[in-house]
Design a protein around this ligand. Sequence first.
Ligand SMILES: Cc1ncc(COP(=O)(O)O)c(C=O)c1O
Length: 427
Amino acid sequence: MARDLYHRDRIGNRKLKPETLMLGYGYDPQLSEGAVKPPVFLTSTFVFKSAEHGKDFFDYVSGRREPPAGEAAGLVYSRFNHPNAEIVEDRLKVFEEAEAALLFSSGMSAISTTILAYIKPGDVIVHSQPLYGGTETLITRTLTGLSIKAVGFADGVEEASIRAALDEARALGRVSIIMIETPSNPLNTLVDISLVRKLAEELEAAQGHRPIVVCDNTLLGPLFQKPLDHGADVSVYSLTKYVGGHSDLIAGAALGSAAVMKPVRALRSAIGTQLDAFPCWMIARSLETLSLRMTCATRNAKVVADFLKSHPAVAAVDHLSFLPEGSAARRVYDAQCGAPGSTLAFHIRGGEAEAFRVLNALKIIKLAVSLGGTESLVCHPASTTHSGVPKAVRDRIGVTDATIRLSVGIEHPDDLVSDLAQALANI
Ligand SMILES: Cc1ncc(COP(=O)(O)O)c(C=O)c1O
């Protein structure tokens, strides 16, 4: 398929904004009977025009040969590529100006396929803490069964803390991946992406191999944070969250340079962690309103965070709008984040019993795991999303029995505040 009018991203010299491109970029209506919106291509395989075509396309999708300049790889079989995935991949690339984007069946399959493409038995993964519980479990439990070791660091804005973890890791084996999540789920702690890249380059000089820097950009991206600009090699997403945005699908993505994504694409094709046509179509629809939704939810979250901070039953609120001037975290926020986002944590005075009393009393905000949907969701990380993380680690990093995570949605903020006020009155 020629890259033509439907891959136009500028008028004259002026670059079009992502909000505009989300409505048409990457889709040619003339290939689909003139339909303004892409159909759902419910097909597992694609007819070749000739045997020669089939041979060329197989060479292209398997990476044995590059397609001619300006041409895409051609459609072969839906485990390798299909139109609904290609449209969304092209649109996701726009936000981070990435050369390549890949869709996956979940955030976890994006993360695990990326890691498996770059790791060998005996290697070490260095990672920030906290990580989403599933990622932490994958790295510190599942992968240890494949003789892969892990070393974590809790302070991602102080060079000494990251350096100490890298030194410890080097003594254990070849460090091949630095996996970071910033801001972290659920505490909103930050990792300085450009500092991590600098340390990865230093490690290259020491061990003869530069670890790739993988950044989970689920909480602020792609609107408010662009890790590739700050030195990450791969930006990974749970699209289940803000990008899907309606709590009605599970999907993931990984973005990076064409060279870095090549082995990830090959592994995705080999093990079949791709995303099927219908959820891709839903994500294309979600991308049209991504900017509206994230902007509104972020505005609401600030109202809610201010209310919680002033409430006597709340000991502390972790929201990026509260980072003190002059702090290391604030410096990192100013350098790499565009807005504080709409996922926050607050810590109740008391413990699990008090937290549960608040959760059980909420009337509008729904008690469920996940985040980034149009509706506000609340959960108790220590007993749900982060229950796989050992209690000692949870306590050390600050995910305690009194911690509540709140993903603020697009409801009217006054209603959210009054729901929280009546629930907090139960303590
Ligand atoms: C920050 C983060 N990364 C990754 C994931 C995993 O995504 P998925 O549930 O789409 O596999 C989650 C899920 O909650 C998450 O919050």
